[in-house]
Ligand binder design. Sequence first.
Ligand SMILES: C[S@@+](CC[C@H](N)C(=O)[O-])C[C@H]1O[C@@H](n2cnc3c(N)ncnc32)[C@H](O)[C@@H]1O
Length: 302
Amino acid sequence: MDAGAPSRTAEYMALFRALESQRPPGRRLVEDRAAARFLGARLRAVAYAARLPPLRWLIVAYIDRRWPGPRLSGVVRTRVIDDLVRSATGGGCGQLVLLGAGYDTRATRLHEAASTTVFEVDHPATQARKRAALASTPANVRYVPVDFEHDSLTAALADSGFDSRRRTCVVWEGVFSYLTPAAIDLTLSALVELCAPGSLILLTYVDQRALEDPQSQGPAWLAAVRAVGEPFCTGLHPARARAFFAERHLILRHDETTTEAARRLGVAEAATIPRLYRLATLEVENTSARGGARTRLGSASQ
Ligand SMILES: C[S@@+](CC[C@H](N)C(=O)[O-])C[C@H]1O[C@@H](n2cnc3c(N)ncnc32)[C@H](O)[C@@H]1O
């Protein structure tokens, strides 16, 4: 992303959640009534128009036709992560860390998270824009500005009162693919150092094969993120994911594409989602062992 500017993909994610929230109860995957407040004038007008069901249908059809995949994949991933966060925070994780939080509203939207200390970590430019859009700071939230490429996550979280003795749920949604392999490694090692064993990390990543052969899966999706100045630059081959995370003291508990998750959730259009976007559930190992060989990440240019 442009170093001085807030993330545009984060704003598109807020639009997708705002549009989904306008579907009838029982049919929507996510309800995020606050999402529209983070939209700039143009996207806010789109979300406003979509309050009328025939217009919403047309807007969604236009988005999905022009960029097949990202909207539906985005709301599916948010829904799956919502369910996992509910179960983790309701089941003993006393802290929630949202890495690259963007316009994530889980701190107040999810009933189970409302009594949890939530650390919202994000690039300073995106975080400043989010805070400017909020009337007040939610009581359970601590804002932690961090650039994963340049800053120390360990120091920033420690300075914000992060408690390493408590089991924690970490969400790293829609961020991995925008970072360099070095920043990903630094972030994962900071999490392993900081988080108590048994802590959960919910992470999304892009299948490396889609970056190596951009015509194979979701070419319009890859072109869209490139066009807004936030290209997918780092991927991971799913067959290497278990070893990659194990070398970093993380146990891969579950890994699926958003296409598979959509099918599991009964989404009729699941098959329209290109099979490039993945959701991994990781657990921090219960060991003090460190070191060992490491699998290198692939980048778009390799
Ligand atoms: C696609 S948005 C995802 C936002 C949110 N997690 C969601 O799913 O709606 C990408 C997020 O990654 C953050 N990001 C990208 N590069 C970053 C960096 N170098 N340091 C910190 N955050 C970064 C952006 O600020 C943005 O919030």
